[in-house]
Design a protein around this ligand. Structure first.
Ligand SMILES: NC(=O)c1ccc[n+]([C@@H]2O[C@H](COP(=O)([O-])OP(=O)(O)OC[C@H]3O[C@@H](n4cnc5c(N)ncnc54)[C@H](OP(=O)(O)O)[C@@H]3O)[C@@H](O)[C@H]2O)c1
Length: 327
């Protein structure tokens, strides 16, 4: 199997976690990293053994050995930087959310199609083995028809301050785009597009959601979802079907531990993760590149588009607006 050459753009918190997992994935190589801060690029490069590091992003886009770029900057930069990379013929794995809104996602998809390059949103939970098992229990009908789903994502980020990326609208602040996207993903992936959406939020003075509750109604099911930056809580997910219940243990979006309870049986599974869990999206993207695919069948561009359409609808219901909506 041939090695795939990776680049990383934007070297903050998530880029570190991703790079440490990239080192664990066979037949991949961290070719180059780029940051707006020269020293940050140099230190990062030494720590994760990249061949090269760049001061600023433009040289990374010109590096012939880099096949795919992982975009790890803040949400409002995702669309612009992904498009810049794709325009240079690079494949892109972009952090979630893929962009700020449907308009930006559509622009990205247009470029991906016209340049015929691979593009995928880094919705890493989708590729984790524990989640794959959950999907199998549903697709093989062990759970029966899903009737109810409950998932949350909360932590206390109040001490981060108004200028942090959690709360500053210019930095794409708010729970929905950052963490509420995970419960929404779970409902979307397992139940599809809802018939009806209800949502209510507590907004900050800056206008972003610090607590958000969502109720999705389907033909024969309900999903109750919640996200918050104002408190901690046990993040367990429940998926209840006509034949049993699935529990994804805390924190469900990255859990190796799941169980299935039926009237006859309890099956508990604990998966050995390779690293923190980012290795699975890395394997998926790398394999797609090797096979010349332009998108992942497991988390397609249409999936990302529909997820963003749901987020746009929820924002509309709650009055959550961003400077990027004016573009
Ligand atoms: N998948 C996951 O588990 C996960 C977890 C956390 C975050 N994320 C996602 O990853 C992205 C980055 O989050 P993070 O926590 O890593 O953020 P972060 O550490 O605050 O910043 C990441 C990078 O964004 C660039 N940046 C920061 N502030 C900026 C500004 N004001 N203007 C322009 N660029 C700026 C910087 O890149 P330079 O190094 O080039 O300066 C910075 O290193 C977000 O979109 C988030 O949704 C995903």
């Amino acid at each position: 199997m041939r090695s795939v050459g990776w680049g990383i753009l934007g070297l903050g918190n998530i880029a570190h976690k991703f790079a440490s997992d990239l080192l664990l994935v066979n037949n991949t190589e961290l070719v180059a990293v780029a940051s707006s801060d020269f020293k940050r690029a140099k230190v990062f490069s030494e720590k994760y053994e990249s061949k090269r590091f760049y001061d600023g992003y433009s040289q990374l886009l010109e590096d012939d050995e880099v096949e795919i770029i992982y975009i790890a900057s803040l949400h409002p930069q995702h669309a612009k930087l992904s498009i810049a990379a794709m325009e240079k013929g690079k494949a892109v794995l972009c952090e979630k959310p893929l962009a700020m809104n449907e308009y930006e996602v559509k622009k990205m998809l247009t470029v991906a199609h016209s340049r015929e390059v691979f593009l995928m949103e880094g919705l890493w939970t989708r590729f984790n083995p524990s989640f794959e098992q959950v999907q199998d229990w549903i697709s093989d009908d062990t759970l029966g028809a899903v009737r109810y789903l409950n998932a949350t994502f909360s932590f206390n980020g109040l001490d981060r301050g108004e200028d942090s990326r959690l709360f500053n609208p210019e930095k794409g602040g708010g729970t929905l785009l950052d963490i509420g996207i995970y419960p929404l993903f779970l409902a979307y992936q397992l139940l599809g597009m809802p018939k009806d959406i209800k949502a209510t939020a507590h907004l900050t003075t800056g206008g972003v959601d610090q607590q958000l509750a969502i109720l999705l109604t389907y033909e024969n099911a309900h999903a109750i979802l919640y996200s918050s930056f104002t408190h901690n809580e046990d993040m367990r997910a429940t998926i209840a079907g006509e034949k049993g219940e699935i529990y994804m243990e805390s924190r469900w979006h990255e859990t190796p531990k799941i169980s299935l309870i039926t009237p006859e049986n309890t099956i508990s599974k604990s998966f050995e993760f390779n690293g923190k869990g980012y290795s699975y999206e890395i394997e998926e993207a790398s394999q797609c590149i090797r096979e010349g695919k332009k998108e992942s069948a497991k988390w397609s561009l249409n999936n990302s588009l529909e997820l963003m359409q749901l987020m746009d609808s929820i924002r509309e219901l709650c009055g959550i607006h961003y400077p990027s909506d004016r573009n």
